[in-house]
Design a protein around this ligand. Structure first.
Ligand SMILES: [Zn+2]
Length: 167
């Protein structure tokens, strides 16, 4: 049986000491996608809120996740709410846990092919970010940071297809 709340062992001690951690955990617990993806991480202490590093996900050579960083500075930035930051966590988890989420550069034979591979991986992460935003009733982090509403387009597409974008 899947646990229905997020297991905090997957966050570093430093992340758990972030003043926003307990509120952030409550937000995460409203997203079944985030709960499932975090609880199936292969190791403890993978998610950190380091400040000033940017947000990213790292894997080892075999594609196994090694680190997920959400920039701790985002918590001090009044542009972003905790649910919006949680959608960014969904984005990074999409990169490391979903098929096609990581770019496979080995198949790129020219710069155009490399660009297409990068965009495809980004699309996988964005759809996961959208899914989390739906569950949290939140705007997507990427929409705010990019100043472009992909979410509106995905809403429209969802309405037209009569279903959620598939994953
Ligand atoms: Zn991305």
């Amino acid at each position: 049986m899947e646990p229905d709340t997020v297991n905090v062992i997957f966050f570093t001690e430093e992340a758990q000491e972030n003043p926003n951690f307990s509120e952030m955990r409550s937000v995460i617990n409203k997203s079944p996608t985030l709960i499932a993806m975090i609880n199936q991480l292969p190791y403890d202490n993978l998610i950190s809120f380091d400040a000033g590093t940017g947000s990213f996900a790292l894997t080892d050579e075999s594609g196994s996740v090694r680190q997920i960083v959400i920039d701790g500075d985002l918590f001090q930035n009044s542009n972003y709410s905790l649910p919006e930051i949680a959608t960014l966590l969904g984005h990074e988890l999409g990169h490391v846990e979903l098929p096609g989420g990581l770019p496979d550069w080995s198949t790129a034979t020219n710069p155009d092919a490399a660009a297409a591979i990068g965009l495809q991986a980004e699309a996988v992460a964005l759809v996961n970010e959208y899914q989390v935003a739906q569950e949290l009733g939140s705007q997507m982090y990427t929409d705010i940071s990019a100043g472009y509403s992909l979410q509106d387009e995905l809403d429209e597409l969802t309405a037209r297809l009569g279903d959620e974008p598939g994953l």
